[in-house]
Write a protein that binds this ligand. Structure first.
Ligand code: GLN
Length: 469
């Protein structure tokens, strides 16, 4: 670890802008660090910077594999897209490049972002830098591990049901899932289009705000994008005076590891010392989030993934001259087990006769969950929970139990269904492993969330350096 890679992204950008550090020297330090990665976090590392200048000062950016990058592999962690090089770049990656963040590399992920451990990648699992026998979380596991290990100053991930927040928690870094529509999805290889959002994975809250403020846009290429109604400010709060934090009484803490719960309680006590009040709030339908999510996300995925047929992109298997067997064999060979499971679940849920019983009902539950949050925010500023019920588990530990794996998303899925922003910040260790504290607010409250998270971060004083050792 060099002195250069010790700097946070905001510090490095400031040094470059002040002429105290060369952008080329900065890029070279990270290129060498990324090339030396031994966590399987990267699927590609760039040779030369493709941007400089701007507020982001040439600080290089690691990008989850599923963001299309022109002429650079973009495979969404799948064998079906192995070696695929798109002819265009995702809007968000382009915006960040224009603001001065060159592409550092592409990071490993669960196949098509389906997973909570990064074990579903066609390119092998990623190791957690805090304990190499454990997962980094998923699906943005490569991005989280790279930032935690210091081989990237910051990274882009995507969150459909928790895939930014949960790996951030398990790797001891910050992860922000923005309001649905704040960031363009154009050029993100789709998983579940009504849920997918890109967001930053960073070492601290200031870096998250700095990256995020350049990510938002209303993009003519994504009809669901709105941008942000206000400029995102860099956070400065050190007090929580007057802030009401809501602790939901309807989300069960039964499956939560005692160490994760202790860390959560400790931070609530700190928040009170900073001037916040802790109030009980009600989210009566949030407990059904997992059930609704695991109908809606696979349904949308089954439709999105229909385009991978061996004709247009990536892999084409030999069908011996017969079109249907070429389709079938390509999809058989190209998709992994979890992706096939979701395609089957989703296709079933959307089939005629079952559509209303499954998909229609799940959508109604989704509306009720969104209404729960709207009501809760009438009496509290933010809802706070642990980010994930457990710390990082061992590689292979949950691999044969998809339902147990799905429960990882218990605290993150409700916000995704409601389309609202949420951040996970490092919340101390349990048994030597990082835990996360999640803060969520109303749509487009990112600046306020970042400010509150900043105050808490200062008070918690988490030391992430063991992961970078
Ligand atoms: N773990 C969840 C899933 O497997 C969420 C993934 C995500 O947010 N991309 O679907």
């Amino acid at each position: 670890m060099s002195d250069i890679t010790d700097l946070t992204a905001a510090q490095a950008a400031a040094k470059v802008r002040a002429g105290e550090l060369g952008a080329d020297e900065l890029f070279a330090a990270y290129r060498d660090a990324a090339a030396g990665d031994d966590l399987n976090a990267y699927l590609y590392v760039a040779d030369e910077p493709n941007a400089s200048g701007g507020e982001l000062g040439g600080v290089p950016l690691a990008v989850k594999d599923l963001f299309c990058t022109e002429g650079v592999i973009s495979q969404s962690g799948s064998k079906i897209l192995e070696g695929y090089k798109p002819p265009y770049t995702a809007t968000v990656v382009e915006r960040l490049r224009d603001a001065g963040a060159p592409l550092l590399g592409k990071t490993n992920q669960d196949e098509f972002a389906m997973g909570s451990s990064n074990e579903n990648s066609a390119f092998g699992p990623v190791n957690n830098p805090w304990d190499r026998e454990r997962v980094p979380g998923g699906s943005s596991g490569g991005s989280a591990a790279a930032v935690a290990a210091g081989t990237a100053p910051w990274a882009l991930g995507t969150d459909t049901g928790g895939s930014i927040r949960q790996p951030a928690a398990m790797c001891g870094i910050v992860g922000l899932k923005p309001t649905y529509g704040a960031v363009s999805r154009y050029g993100m290889i789709a998983f579940a289009s009504s849920l997918d959002q890109a967001g930053p994975l960073t070492r601290d809250v200031t870096d998250a705000a700095l990256l995020f403020r350049h990510m938002t846009s209303k993009d003519p290429c994504d009809a669901t994008s709105l941008g942000s109604p206000e400029a995102i400010a860099l956070p400065s709060a050190t007090s929580l005076e007057g802030i009401r934090l809501g602790r939901p009484d309807d989300l069960s803490t039964e499956g939560v590891e005692p160490g994760v719960m202790e860390a959560y309680e400790r931070t609530l006590a700190l928040a009170e010392e900073l001037g916040a009040t802790i109030e009980t709030c009600h989210l009566p339908h949030a407990d059904h989030g997992i059930s609704a999510y695991y109908v809606i996300a696979p349904a949308e995925a089954s439709s999105n993934l229909a385009r991978f047929d061996g004709v247009r992109y990536g892999l084409r298997a030999d069908g011996s001259g017969d079109l249907l067997s070429m389709y079938t064999k390509t999809r058989h060979d190209g998709f992994g087990a979890e992706v096939k499971r979701r395609i089957m679940l989703g296709t079933y849920a959307l089939s005629s006769g079952y559509y209303d019983a499954y998909y229609g009902r799940a959508q109604r539950v989704r509306t009720l969950i969104a209404q729960d949050f709207t009501r809760a925010f009438e009496s509290v500023d933010f809802v706070v929970t642990p980010t994930a019920p457990t710390t990082a588990f061992k590689i292979g530990e949950l691999a044969d139990d998809p339902l147990a794996m799905y429960l990882n998303d218990y605290f993150t899925v409700p916000m995704s269904l409601a389309g609202i922003p949420a951040i996970s910040i490092p919340n101390g260790l349990s048994d030597g492993r990082p835990t996360g504290f999640q803060l969520t607010g109303p749509a487009f409250s990112e600046s306020r969330i970042l400010d509150a998270a900043h105050a808490l971060e200062q008070a918690i004083g988490f030391d992430g350096s063991p992961a970078r050792a």
